[in-house]
Design a protein around this ligand. Structure first.
Ligand SMILES: Nc1ncnc2c1ncn2[C@@H]1O[C@H](COP(=O)(O)OP(=O)(O)OP(=O)(O)O)[C@@H](O)[C@H]1O
Length: 228
């Protein structure tokens, strides 16, 4: 069974005088342990599609299934629970709290987790992930003291601290230089290869897309497979 299945999903936004068809009849099946890239011009619907996949927003038509469970049939509480259980998000500006330490930021999703571990279990897990991503010495630092690449690695750890199976990354290397971009992509690849995570990346960077297992182009809300 697919881990995440998007079936004939469409989403429009109405402005005052016109309607934007942001995502238009998109279907995509994603399996566990895959790294998928979605590329496309600005305004082509990439973030909207990512938000539909992560059941952050609901489609106008079509269905999203997570491990075979239909998202549209759920009430808000169930959908929220599903979102927290399955999805980790990495966004371009990292969405970290500057004045808090890296550790405090990483622990935020654990406050909302259904399957809570003990505080010492979380810390053990976080240190082991941080060591792998070479930021274990930064966990006690406030975020404002960290570099862009370090922030992004902290955001990656936060995205999987509750053992979410699917990581949705919107331009994860967008604001990074080449070296940090390489480190972040190596981290994401390791999540897929070593932890069997599933990663969906929205990117403008073709080098980033080439490192993924499958690549799709989204133009005018229409998704097509592409070879880079
Ligand atoms: N909440 C909203 N209300 C109105 N229009 C929206 C909304 N969200 C997105 N849109 C419109 O839908 C279209 C797709 O937007 P989206 O952000 O998904 O594109 P994108 O491919 O991620 O763009 P970029 O690469 O610039 O981030 C755009 O025309 C955008 O203006």
């Amino acid at each position: 069974m697919e881990l995440l299945s998007v079936q004939n999903v469409s989403k429009s936004f109405k402005d005052h005088s016109y309607t934007v068809h942001a995502v238009n009849d998109v279907s995509l099946d994603i399996h566990q342990g895959e790294m998928i890239a979605i590329i496309g011009p600005s305004g082509s619907g990439k973030t909207t599609l990512l938000n539909l996949m992560g059941i952050v927003i609901s489609p106008d038509s079509g269905e999203v299934y997570v491990e075979g469970q239909k998202a549209s049939g759920m009430n808000d509480t169930m959908r929220c629970r599903m979102r927290n259980q399955y999805f980790g998000y990495i966004v371009q500006d990292f969405a970290l709290i500057e004045e808090d330490t890296a550790m405090q930021n990483i622990l935020v999703p654990t406050l909302y987790s259904k399957h809570k571990k003990s505080s010492s279990e979380y810390r053990k897990l976080i240190y082991s992930m941080a060591e792998k991503l070479q930021v274990s010495d930064k966990l006690k630092s406030t975020v404002k003291k960290l570099s862009g690449g370090e922030r992004q690695r902290i955001a990656i750890i936060r995205s999987m601290v509750c053992d979410q199976k699917i990581i949705l990354a919107d331009e994860p290397t967008g604001s990074l230089d080449k070296d940090n971009s390489t480190i972040v992509m190596k981290c994401l690849r390791e999540l897929v290869d070593d932890f069997k995570k599933t990663v969906v990346i929205v990117t403008h960077d073709l080098n980033v897309a080439r490192q993924c297992d499958r690549t799709f182009n989204l133009t005018g809300g229409v998704l097509t497979p592409c070879n880079l």
